[in-house]
Write a protein that binds this ligand. Structure first.
Ligand SMILES: Cc1cc2nc3c(=O)[nH]c(=O)nc-3n(C[C@H](O)[C@H](O)[C@H](O)COP(=O)(O)O)c2cc1C
Length: 344
């Protein structure tokens, strides 16, 4: 029996395996109303049928101007929450757990009427210059995370992931590369962390299930301004103290820079492992983990606690079944007897 495909209790959740569908924007909300469509029910349902242990929905905005594009999902009104409730019950019917990734895109909100950021610097020359947030606007965004978490709780999600990575608003605050403020939300690492602490408090006040956070543990910045791994480890300890149940370790996205280290299978796992050394909560890994043998190696060697699969699941909805064959894991069960017959 493999660790990858066996049951586990990780990050506050009982999971049927250690494979998580990584959040991936589908830009399929053609009506621009942030509401889940039949596409999403099929898209996530297929992965539940293929036995993914936990599905984390794509980046879902806490307010209209927090969307990456106008075709993103949102959770700022009750209609959006009602559809989410239906999706949650479909995925539960199919036997998987489902969580939601809550996000505000900040200066990367390409369709926002009024793009905002900690400081007034654009992401790249293809983006508009964002407006520097006032303190009262920051407090409103924090509150919007809390209200979205309440709607997610009412919809019955199994976990909430706060998007603190890939150059979106919370990452912009955390990194001195994008945060040039000199008030209580900028300057020292502790001040740059402040909005994240407040968002966690707002989510916790409205939702009492597992709360995870995705972080980018490198900005690929070569100017010496980015957080060092020891800064990220300090943030990890604060997150643990704030009650976060799992750190989802990714990299990049703050600027348009490419990785300044070799990109190969499992290239981001070393960041997860470094974070694990600093905290007593689980850490997941993501990025080019298509090879099930590599996933099993990472878990067996305690380099990370959960495996997030992104593009591999887009390419191959049978990824888990194929992984079971690769790992000679006879305990893996297809969704039902008919699907088992497909393996004859
Ligand atoms: C189409 C697409 C959309 C994505 N959207 C999101 C997103 O909404 N939230 C997020 O945290 N990461 C997003 N990502 C990043 C993935 O979750 C994942 O971290 C990345 O693809 C690396 O993993 P992989 O090599 O398994 O694909 C997206 C990736 C892709 C390919």
């Amino acid at each position: 029996m493999s660790l990858l495909l066996s049951k586990a209790n990780v990050g506050g959740l009982n999971l049927k395996n250690r494979v998580v569908m990584s959040p991936m924007c589908m830009y399929e909300v053609k009506n621009e109303d942030g509401i889940l469509t039949p596409f999403h029910f099929a898209h996530y349902g297929m992965r539940a049928i293929s036995q993914v242990g936990l599905i984390i929905t794509e980046s879902t905005a806490v307010e209209p101007d927090g969307r990456i594009t106008k075709n993103d999902l949102g959770l700022w009104n009750d209609q959006q929450a009602d559809k989410l409730k239906s999706l949650v019950s479909s995925i539960h019917y199919l036997g998987s757990k489902i969580g939601i990734q809550l996000n505000h895109a900040g200066r990367k909100a390409s369709d926002a009427n009024y793009p905002v950021a900690p400081s007034s610097f654009e992401f790249s020359s293809h983006y508009r210059t964002p407006n520097e947030l006032t303190i009262s606007q920051i407090k409103q965004i924090v509150q919007n995370f809390g209200t979205a978490a309440k709607r997610a709780a009412n919809a019955g999600v199994d976990m909430v992931e706060i998007h603190g990575a890939h150059g979106y608003l919370l990452h912009q605050f955390l990194s001195a590369v994008a945060n040039k403020r000199d008030d209580e939300y900028g300057g020292s690492l502790e001040k740059r962390y402040r909005i994240v602490r407040e968002v966690i408090e707002a989510v916790k006040a409205n939702y009492n299930g597992p709360i995870w956070i995705r972080l980018s543990l490198s900005d690929y910045d070569t100017t010496g301004t980015q957080n060092t791994m020891s800064d990220w480890q300090q943030i990890g300890r604060w997150l643990e103290a704030s009650g976060i149940d799992l750190i989802d370790a990714s990299t990049g996205g703050l600027t348009d820079a490419s990785p300044d280290f070799p990109v190969h299978d499992g290239y981001q796992t070393k960041f997860a492992t470094a974070m694990k050394q600093a905290v007593n909560i689980p850490v997941s890994t993501v990025g080019l983990l298509d090879n099930p043998g590599l996933c099993e190696y990472i878990l067996q060697n305690n380099q990370a606690d959960l495996i997030m699969e992104g593009r591999a699941l887009l390419r191959n909805t049978n990824w888990l079944s194929d992984a079971a064959k690769y790992l000679h894991d006879k305990n893996f069960k297809e969704f039902n007897d008919s699907y088992s017959r497909g393996q004859d």
